[in-house]
Design a protein around this ligand. Sequence first.
Ligand code: NAD
Ligand code: UGA
Length: 432
Amino acid sequence: MNICIIGTGYVGLPSGACFAELGNNVVCVDIDEKKINELNNGKITLYEEGLEEIFLRNLENKKLKFTTSIKEGLKNADLILIAVGTPPHPLTKEADLKYIYAAVRDIAKNLDHYAVIATKSTVPVGTGDEIEKNLLQENPKAQFDVISLPEFLREGFAVYDFFNPDRIIVGLNSQKPKKVIEELYAPFKNKSQILFVNRRSSETIKYASNAFLAIKIHYINEMADFCEKTGADILEVAKGMGLDNRIGNRFLNPGPGYGGSCFPKDTQAMAFMGKKNDVNLSLIDSAIKGNEERKDKIAQKILSCIDDLKNDQVAILGLAFKDGTDDCRESPAVEIVSKLLKEGVKIHAYDPKAMELAKSILKDQIKYAKDAYEAIKDSSLLVILTEWKEFRELDLNQISSLMKHKKILDFRNLLDKEKSLEAGFVYSGVGR
Ligand code: NAD
Ligand code: UGA
């Protein structure tokens, strides 16, 4: 199948490379000339485990191409996937659809044959209808069907999630595009359920799922606060809760709050849709508020553990919004660091993948270390903010020999509490 993907970011690039890996001919279009040049020169523009190999293989065998020309991208395309950003509107926090409609205008002007147009971007309910109207206004002769094909991949696991989806949701208002989708997902037929629903249901499933997961994290964070006050241990509580299949054991890890380019923006967009439609979405409102407040509370807790603001250095481990990615968008770690900087805290930080992107935000306000131990050296407090597996394996004896004062705030519960206490650290995790 010939596929054109518009937008070559965290969704478009892995999707493009993986669809090419399945044997499709994929052309990725982006307005970012620098990005397209780099990709054409074999330089991958984001970090995703296992992606580079697939990207290079398919670039080489010409199954995967990159261009800034929409005309070139649409040539002979059976399927057009829109994967541009839908960031929060700066004032209202609703999903800003300017990139979607710009892409739609480009499609309308250049489409000269029938194609299925699918939104992979996360878009508010009813956007498919608006896209349809816009396309026909711009090009009354255009032949197309608009479907919703929401993306559920997690950053850091994009390749794994692509090949092992829990479910594939397809929103369509007519039967014609079904054939294209069945062909596209034929390799997944015996592996994952493909659920066909109406277009508005599909658009809603995406937001409802992200909001539910955000609420689940907010809930476990509140339970962690409760455990801290009552002597219960959140790790035991979450394990006990998770053994109930109805609750499930995933997304029950407390931390410094959920971040990333999706949960914060999608909960806000869903809250906006609730207000617009006069529906009370109080759980979502509460998660948004609680998640914001959590980062303040954590910054305060860190500040309360610093004895000498002028001379003490704080080691921060983790800047990405979660492990497995270099993405720092809406990263709780970066937000907490910014709050600490306002109070004059001296910071030496390390992240396995996100140093470059963190630097573009935090500039030279902090020191950047080449590894965890360099960040820890001479510090009076060690703070863990991102759940990188490699931080679990840190050698407590080595840390102990490097630190000025032996104090650890582990906001991801990565280190062994008992072993840390045995090694003489003042240790504090989340909810235990
Ligand atoms: P991104 O910002 O990483 O990438 C978007 C890309 O689109 C950029 O490269 C930008 O230059 C390009 N672009 C913008 N306008 C364009 C146009 N008119 N023509 C061609 N290219 C254009 O965004 P992302 O993280 O990949 O997210 C894309 C969408 O997918 C969002 O709606 C997001 O909510 C959703 N989503 C993201 C993830 C994720 O893990 N990041 C997962 C599921 C869904
Ligand atoms: C999330 C969803 O998991 C994907 O299914 C969805 O496709 C994507 O949003 C999207 O729509 O963009 P992602 O943002 O990549 O994926 O990351 P998650 O793994 O969901 O983590 C989000 C945030 O929650 C991170 O800050 C993470 O540290 C935090 N988190 C996650 C916790 O604090 N505790 C948990 O138990 C799980």
